[in-house]
Write a new protein. Sequence first.
Length: 514
Amino acid sequence: MFRRVPIKLAAIALVAALTGFTALTVSGSRSGDAAFPGLNGRIAYSSGDSYSYSSAAIWSMNADGGSATLLSDGAGVAAPSYSADGSRIAFDREGGIATMSASGVGLEQLLNGSNHQESSSEWRKNYVDPHSGKVIPIVRVQTYADEWQNFDHPSFSPGGLQLVVSEASGKRINRSICAVESIGSQACLYWPSPGAYYNYEYECAACGAHLMAIDSGTGALVQALTALQGGRRDTKPTYSAGGQIAFARSEEGRSSIFAIDSPGAAPRQVTTGRGDRAPDFSPDGSRIAFSHAYEDIGVVGAGGGPVQLIPIPAPSHGRGGYVNSPAFSPDGSRLVFRRGVYGSGGQDETGLFTVGLDGSGFARVSADGFAPSWQAQSPPPPPEVGATARVKKGEVRLDKRGRATIGAIVCGGSPCRVKLLSARLKLGKRSCHQVRTRVARKIAPGKTARVGVKLYGRCLRALEKAGRGRLLVRVRVTDMLGKRVLKFGVKLLPHGVHRHKRHGAHTRGHGAKS
């Protein structure tokens, strides 16, 4: 039964046929991405054959290649892409788009691809060859019609509410025309049989790919981002942390990097290379890494300009190869990418590699895999901080009305509730409790509230007579750390009393007689 050969696979197969390379390039034809800032987390990647109904899978591993874990497998599973917070992964599945958690659970199919195929046979008399004008007595025309709609290369928007995906669709007609001996004959006459003739015709109606934004929870269309145009393919879109979208546009044998500054804006060209594909934004959105003709990893400013080629050591075995699908690390210091090497010994230098932007630290992290995406992790939350007491140092003097501020309560990382427990003025061996304390009952996280006191009655008169006392205020604070007692102990002086350091005596100021 006739089956459509995917466009990307067909193109790579043609390159392989012309160069003598093996079909290893199939693995390099898909791309993942990671564009969001954070701490460097795990790397998700595809393995096997993304077009196979048995061997395709998505794995994740530590950044050094350790602890590889299977996340999902099945038909057409490939091209993982982490959300900005690193908690979800969007990926290709069965010609459509699916999402799951970063641990591989909670799979949800958002979009489904379709593929309708038909074939028919007919016989014609006195067929005229369109090239030579020669008349063929009887021919059999075998027609294969293939109509499809596929979705691939999802990338989360910075807020995670949308995905940008590439939608490919079209209707392809293939006709094989051969000479036969009679009407109804199934056997073609091939060279060197007398009267042998063969012709092949091909057409594709509106075959192309464009970009669209969908709801990341339901798969519903939000808006078309680029127009569907026959012969043009917009593929491998990726979001930046600032909301820009980069993608590869292939048309008339040329592939370059384009960008959309905001959904609804017209695409602008970023690179002018003939074979630039698989873009990925740096975490700060200022640069774009991409595969340059499958030979180099290039980095260019998000607005265009000079291209920096990342120095990558040449393989020591094999006879050439390719590089593809670069993805930035969340801290922006490294890239992960696929490299394939052909020929004897090439398998030992094929797989996923990481490298610094200056070419340093080149290392293979997996012998298998393609289309990597680097997970951004949030920094660990700050330690829980409870409320603290800030007590005034030295001697605190009352004002004319018997008031003073003795300190403050600094609330921590959660709301604080405050309750006064006691307030006591100690004068030698005697204690007095005629003290009013002023403090807020509730304090917002991170805010500061003053603790004030006012003495009255016998307490105020006793302090004025003694000239000095020890005040202790106790409050209970309840916050995220539970209940704790904060103490405010200060040396208290009445208003208008001046200490003489030499003799330790005190006198009343403001015109008091000597």
